[in-house]
Design a protein around this ligand. Sequence first.
Ligand SMILES: *Cc1c(COP(=O)(O)O)cnc(C)c1O
Length: 400
Amino acid sequence: MRKEEIISGTSKYLMNTYGRYPIAMVRGKGAWVWDSEGKKYLDFVTGIAVNNLGHCHPSVVRAISEQSRKLVQVCNLYHIEKQVEFAKMLVENSFADKVFFCNSGAEANEGAIKLARKWGGANGGRYQIVHARDSFHGRTLGALSATSKKYQKGFTPLVPGFKSVPYGEIGPLEKAVEDDKVCAVILEPIQGENGVIIPYANYLKDARKLCRRKNVLLILDEIQVGLGRTGKLFAYELYGIKPDIMTLAKALGGGIPCGAVLATDAVAKHLSPGNHGTTLGGNPLAMSAGVAVLKTIIEDGLLDNATGMGEYFLCGLRVIKKEFGDLVRDVRGKGLILGVEFVSAETAKDAVVRCSNNGLLTILTEQKVMRILPPLIVKKNEIDQALKIIRRSLKEATVA
Ligand SMILES: *Cc1c(COP(=O)(O)O)cnc(C)c1O
């Protein structure tokens, strides 16, 4: 199909749920993607923190092609070797004792909410979930009930039993968990969709202490920042704490849909056969991809690379902020989740579009923030190229 056919086909045949750029991607390799016209881009969107190993990483390609010849799906009425293999790796590399596999981030958060309520039922009839006001936990009704109001518009009534507090403030959270109907607090260690919001250094530690004191579960949504994005395998490691439940998705299956709920035995033991499930969850294909992803992140030193490259990138962005103080309000990041906050929504949008035209893909988020999510395999020279493109794009914007 030609580009025009693809674009007109989108509006003819697909529901109008995404604001899309007039670009159709057809191929990817490492940190790069190519569109239908042969134009090459440095891909620092990575499918929104999905392609942490870059595109078509040989370990993932090998794993899924081999597995696709053996067994793609079998239902959870039978034991699945690849599930055991992947769950064991996740357990051995995290706080968790048990894993439940599903297919997406929203579905993982649904599972976490249900698990918290099951636990809460056995612990004094608790059911309330406290979440952060501008959070993003997904589009299904349960996850949406824990998500920022702006995504809820038009879909009410939502699921009862949710209440919100401002993110990054311990006082309001303290007050919210006073209610003895609260079973869990769900938080993102760093807010991605809300514009790369990094809370004060001890926020998660304070939240952890508070939850423990009030016998409330702490659920961490690491769907965006987990799996090496911050330079740690899981972002909670940055703060020296452990959650009771953690959700993963995005990067988990190397691009094959895969989500997971991880929990301690003390919490997970409240589930029994028939309580929860999902037909495609934990299928051998997704599991084989997940094993390859996790192995590669750990064995190829990608955590250290994310830390080192993240610092290098942030230094470069700080120089750009100095240079373009009229346009850029703030630059921030942790590992390879970075944000450039512009003075206005207009400037931010202009910068993201110009960067894309100049061959660098980034994501506009919360209107004013250019979110940058390079793959964990990114090299120094690719960051240099990205910085050059950002600088050139801002220069154009200043002239225009
Ligand atoms: C993307 C995201 C989700 C939702 O994941 P989906 O796979 O799109 O359902 C949930 N939480 C966070 C923090 C996310 O970034």
